[in-house]
Design a protein around this ligand. Structure first.
Ligand code: CP3
Length: 349
């Protein structure tokens, strides 16, 4: 049914995420299935974002596109962090040129009380089916499942814009902690069950995306975010015989000293911080993933090469390491640079 166990020891991504020295430096790229690929744009020209996510066949096809082209060490199942919110009663769409839009954002305790908690099978059975399909097609490549983290999901549920400094979200938290706690408790349940179901469907590892957590102070992170993340990670570990987990955020240098308490296997590092500084801040021998600036991928190859070699050199100091970008690959990225990047990593000693 799935390839979950037979590659745990031989796939370099899975070796590294489990804290081992990999046989070669593993590489995959966040948002590797996406608009920089002409074959993805072709599918999207005929299907909406939600149509692709909800069709196991299309989602599987799009997941495999970057694997077929570049031979990455891991595939990430095609979905979005937001579509699982639909089953909670959230009216969501991906608007062309604008990104995700929520038509009934949360504004009150009653809105939170109304949120439903369907099982992953009822809510996102299509993604679980896509995972099963992809797992049956992969041989040596690992499959990553994922979810948004409660804080980042909440930032969409309550609303945030690039220029409000997340003030709407922060006032929502501060005004009434009980209300926040109920929302987080519901999201802990949604996210834990979703991650476990993905592992059971055939994913070899999971990543928790907390893209906007870096807007919080250390104290805010410890009080409003950390306890819920800990709960999720412990739930998933318990239910899956310790499946490997990556926690990813951006702008997290202030938060890294607290990561030790989370208990994940691997942490994402964005481009703002060197791998060595991240390692010092996290102060634990864990796997790190990152951290090439996605903007550099738009430059001429010589610049990409120089920056990627610097990252690789830095990674010599890290006990286990997964090459990636510091955030998702940008839609304008030349495909040629991705080919060359993979070749560079493969030939690096
Ligand atoms: O290849 C993969 O990485 C798997 C698929 C994936 C998508 N979104 C597909 C997608 C993953 C892992 C995500 C995660 C995601 N989605 C995050 C966390 C990672 C990050 O980049 O910070 C966030 C914050 C979202 C929410 C989201 N979805 C935004 C803000 C947008 C609009 C911006 C954009 O990139 O277009 C989306 C849409 C989206 N999700 C696209 C894709 C491929 C583009 C949709 C299209 O085809 O037009």
């Amino acid at each position: 049914m799935n390839n979950a166990h037979n590659i745990l020891d031989s796939n370099p991504f899975l070796q590294a995420i489990q804290g081992k020295k990999a046989s070669k430096t593993p590489i995959w790229l966040m948002r590797q299935a996406g608009r920089y690929l002409p074959e993805y744009r072709e599918i999207r020209s005929k299907n909406s974002m939600l149509d692709v996510i909800r069709s196991p066949k299309l989602a599987a096809q799009v997941t495999l596109q970057p694997i077929e082209r570049f031979g990455f060490d891991a595939a990430i199942i095609f979905a979005d962090i937001l579509n699982p919110l639909i089953g909670m009663g959230i009216d969501l769409d991906f608007v062309q040129g604008e990104g995700p839009k929520i038509f009934n954002p949360i504004t009150s305790l009653a809105d939170i009380e109304r949120l439903k908690l369907p099982s992953p099978q009822e809510n996102v059975g299509y993604t679980l089916e896509a995972i099963d399909l992809v797992a049956s097609k992969l041989k040596d490549t690992a499959l990553i499942g994922f979810s948004g983290a409660p804080f980042t999901l909440s930032s969409y549920l309550i609303g945030h814009s690039k220029d409000d400094g997340f003030s709407k979200l922060k006032t929502f938290i501060y005004q009434d902690f009980k209300r926040w706690d109920l929302l987080q408790t519901k999201l802990v349940s949604l996210v834990s069950d979703y991650l476990v179901a993905q592992i059971q469907a055939g994913a070899n590892a999971v990543q928790i995306f907390d893209s906007w957590v870096g807007v919080l102070s250390q104290q805010q992170f410890c009080e409003f975010v950390l306890p819920y993340l800990k709960q999720i990670i412990s739930n998933v570990k318990l239910a899956t015989n310790n499946a490997p987990i990556t926690y990813f955020g951006t702008g997290t240098s202030g938060l890294m000293p607290y990561f030790k308490q989370l208990g994940a296997n691997c942490y994402g590092v964005d481009w703002r911080l060197s791998l060595n500084d991240a390692r010092a801040l996290i102060a634990q021998e864990v796997c790190l993933q990152g951290n090439l600036d996605p903007a550099i991928m738009l430059c001429d190859w010589q610049h990409v090469e120089k920056a990627a070699l610097k990252t690789l050199e830095d990674s010599r100091m890290i006990s286990s390491y997964i090459f990636n970008l510091g955030h998702g690959i940008l839609p304008q990225t030349p495909v040629e640079n991705v080919y060359k990047l993979v070749e560079l990593i493969r030939n690096w000693k």
